[in-house]
Design a protein around this ligand. Structure first.
Ligand code: UDP
Length: 239
């Protein structure tokens, strides 16, 4: 078994990742690839809690910009995360990986209602815990939900899968001089306004001393690789 840096992680995947090459919605082949990433992490010996966004289906801010009531629009975004979680739970189970979806908004005929105690129990039983519905509250994001669940479920790190291999001083696609960090502090992220997660999520992770590991989820096999300390990634930690 390879050596792993963290024994329990919270993996955050944005909804957009699940679109694959599509422009909208859920590409089940991509969900399958994400499930394989999670399987590899489980096989490496780590427990996994998962938060998936909803941006591939609906974003509250986009609805509000078109005149919708923000609270209703955010509730729609929250429901989008539930759809993604259902897809992921189904695919994980079809691959023989036990997964329990828990929703921040009670929907008892669909899945368990989130509770930290029950979530920790499932993790200890070796199940993947899929935390659906973000924080359950409008005006928040699934990044904040991920930081919150990471703290509640006593995860040792928050793994944020993105389309780039870490945090840069500027957008590497626009600025060839952009510098890539191997390590950066929470305070520098906030001070330099680096948009890797929203400030509420960064503050929550900082105050609970949960390192945030930023890496490319597009590279096959990368989650387990980064978990073992290899490959490219940026760790956000306290000074
Ligand atoms: N959302 C919310 N509260 C939460 C989490 C999500 O209101 O705690 C809504 C919000 O409208 C957001 C949408 O759900 O735009 C999808 O979540 P997010 O934008 O975080 O998804 P991602 O960008 O990660 O796919």
């Amino acid at each position: 078994m390879t050596t792993i840096k963290y024994k329990r992680i919270l993996l955050k995947i944005s909804g957009e990742v699940l679109m694959g090459a599509q422009h909208y919605g859920i590409d089940l082949a991509t969900v399958g690839r994400m499930a394989d990433e999670i399987k590899a992490v489980r096989e490496a010996g780590a427990q996994v809690a998962l938060v998936i966004g909803g941006g591939n289906i609906f974003r509250g801010l986009a609805g509000a910009a078109k005149g919708m009531d923000r609270v209703s629009a955010d509730h729609m975004g929250i429901m989008a995360t539930v759809m993604n979680a259902l897809a992921m739970q189904g695919v994980l189970q079809s691959k023989g990986i036990e997964a329990r979806m828990m929703s921040a908004i009670a929907m008892p005929t669909v899945c368990e209602t989130y509770s930290a105690r029950q979530g920790v129990y499932h993790l200890e039983q070796g199940r993947v815990v899929i935390c659906a519905a973000g924080t359950g509250l409008p005006f928040f994001t699934t990044d904040t939900g991920a930081a919150l669940r990471a703290a509640e479920l006593r995860c040792e790190a928050l793994f944020k899968g993105t389309s780039v291999d870490g945090i840069y001083s500027a957008d590497p696609k626009k600025d060839t001089k952009a510098k890539r960090y191997d390590r950066i502090s929470f305070d520098d992220i906030l001070k330099n306004d680096l948009h890797i997660m929203d400030p509420a999520a960064i503050t929550l992770a900082r105050d609970n001393d949960i390192p945030v590991v930023v890496f490319s989820i597009r590279e096959v096999g990368n989650v387990a690789k980064v978990l073992s300390g290899h490959g490219l990634f940026t760790v956000v930690e306290k000074e």
